[in-house]
Ligand binder design. Structure first.
Ligand code: UTP
Length: 479
């Protein structure tokens, strides 16, 4: 058991010894598990983080920096690129996949509070004819792509390892879902779960909050926790052992996500960049999306609130929004870039404040509080906060079509009216219809679309057998 006196001293030195308020009244089992948890936390680090986030709230940075669109040398767009360029990127990506040098990392540690489902978001059924969950769609996209690469290159075994980042709340149910569904046909040894870290929740004066008298209230450390987790959970070592050189990271809630997209991999690797992103065109000046921009000549993602209404509405020479690169959290990393994470200083990724309702124990009465309004702070890191450490020459962005690649599941259907199961399902069905029309099928006018399973087509290819078919209903495609 960790030494009580040492821990008391460390917490006292950090101004956090209130965590021991109820210690003497705990059972010996509770004391033991509490000390184990306290030993896993560095109280001085938490106090340091707390004081820096609280002072940045009090004294916000008043130097916004020079924000401009990404330089054209760092960007390309599938909306305007020549078919020859797209084919070149695609072929380059297929080659990397055939070399078994590509891995996919899924960010699935979020708690999906807006969606409000008890299960992890990836288990969600968006109401497709097949009732496939988001996890199933994504698993089958990997499986379909592995087969596609094998068929087109003649390589007998293509493996795209899938690293799934969970968090304390999502790990057990995510693993159980995969196991119940037999890993959706993937080899279990190529689906690797790992867990992001947690950080203590703090109150508005920077004090660590107690969940119960014998436990600290903790929350996942944000999707930026990926970097620390990749190292601490030995993911980078596993990638190195498998010969992985290129990594695609994406969010669980996007039913259209193209995992290990050959076009994106070929684009990024042919430019030799450390990091690349995908963006979609921002819909309108007032759309509240993060933007990928140049800030002080470095790549950065900014919140929509960081620019003026005039800047948001400014138009480029082509008439499109000048700042239009909406962030969809789809990243390419070279593993040589990720290999440097252990050298990153603590200041590399700042902490952000998320004010939340945090159930906790009242230190004076010992009673548990379920607050009706935000009473504390969850500390989060963001995955894109390392971008400003890159030179612009180490970074590239590929603009893709929103209707083909981005439809996030954020909200409960019938609440906000967008980015919910209804819009996700409709976007996927419409995409299937576009692919089938291009393949020579026809539809009754009132048919919204058809579900094309990823095992039949990864991105619209392989649908020749649908030529001449007619669809009079929304259905699951079988060929
Ligand atoms: P969001 O920020 O949209 O969070 O996550 P969320 O948990 O899905 O939903 P809300 O905000 O609670 O309603 C964007 C992506 O980042 C992942 C999510 O799983 C999602 O894929 N994420 C978020 C993590 O992996 N870890 C985190 O700590 C937070």
């Amino acid at each position: 058991m960790p030494a009580l006196e040492e821990l008391r001293a460390a917490y006292a030195a950090a101004g956090q010894d209130h965590v021991f308020t109820f210690y003497d009244s705990l059972t010996s089992t509770e004391q033991a598990s509490f000390l184990t948890q306290l030993a896993s936390i560095d109280p001085a680090r938490i106090t340091h983080i707390a004081s820096s986030v609280l002072s940045s709230i009090t004294f916000p940075d008043s130097t916004p920096g020079e924000i401009t669109p990404l330089p054209s040398a760092a960007t390309a767009s599938l909306l305007t690129a020549s078919s020859a360029d797209i084919a070149k990127w695609y072929d380059a990506g297929i080659t990397l996949l055939a070399q078994n040098s590509v891995a996919v990392v899924l960010l699935a540690g979020g708690q999906g509070t807006r969606l409000g489902s008890a299960d992890p978001k990836g288990c969600f059924d968006i109401g497709l004819p097949s009732h496939a969950s988001l996890f199933e769609l994504q698993a089958h996209r990997i499986l379909g792509l592995q087969r596609l690469v094998q068929d087109t290159t003649g390589v007998t075994k293509v493996v795209i390892p899938w690293y799934i980042m969970t968090s304390g709340p999502t790990r057990a149910p995510t693993e159980a879902f995969f196991s119940k569904n037999r890993y959706f046909g993937l080899a279990p040894s190529d689906v690797i779960f790992f867990e992001q870290g947690v950080l203590p929740c703090i109150d508005n004066s920077g004090k660590i909050m107690l969940d119960t008298p014998s436990s600290v209230a903790v929350a996942p450390d944000g999707n930026g926790g990926i970097y620390r987790a990749l190292v601490q959970q030995h993911v980078l070592a596993d990638m190195a052992a498998r010969g992985v050189k290129h990594v695609h990271a994406y969010c669980v809630d996007n039913c259209l996500a193209r995992l290990a997209d050959p076009v994106f991999l070929g684009f990024a690797s042919s430019r030799g960049v450390a990091v690349a992103t995908k963006s979609v065109p921002k819909r309108a000046p007032e759309e509240s999306v993060g933007l990928i921009v140049s800030k002080n000549k470095r790549p950065a993602v900014i919140e929509y609130s960081e620019i003026s209404t005039e800047m948001a509405a400014a138009r480029a020479e082509d008439g499109e929004l000048a700042l239009r690169t909406a962030n969809i959290v789809n990243h390419y990393y070279s593993t040589s870039y990720l290999a440097d994470i252990p050298e990153w200083p603590e200041s590399y990724l700042p902490y952000h404040v998320a004010r939340k309702k945090i159930p906790c124990t009242d230190l004076t009465t010992g009673t548990r509080i379920a607050p009706a309004s935000p009473n504390g702070i969850k500390l989060e890191q963001f995955i894109f906060d390392c971008f400003p450490q890159l030179q612009m020459s180490e970074f590239a962005n590929l603009e893709v079509r929103r209707e083909d690649e981005f439809s996030p599941l954020k909200n409960k259907a019938g609440t906000v009216g967008e980015d919910d199961a209804d819009s996700s399902r409709a976007d996927l069905l419409r995409q299937g219809k576009r692919w089938l029309l291009a393949a020579g099928a026809s539809f009754d006018d009132d048919v919204l679309g058809v579900e094309v399973p990823p095992l039949i087509s990864y991105a619209g290819e392989g649908l020749d057998a649908a030529k001449g078919k007619h669809f009079s209903d929304t259905c699951l495609l079988t060929l």
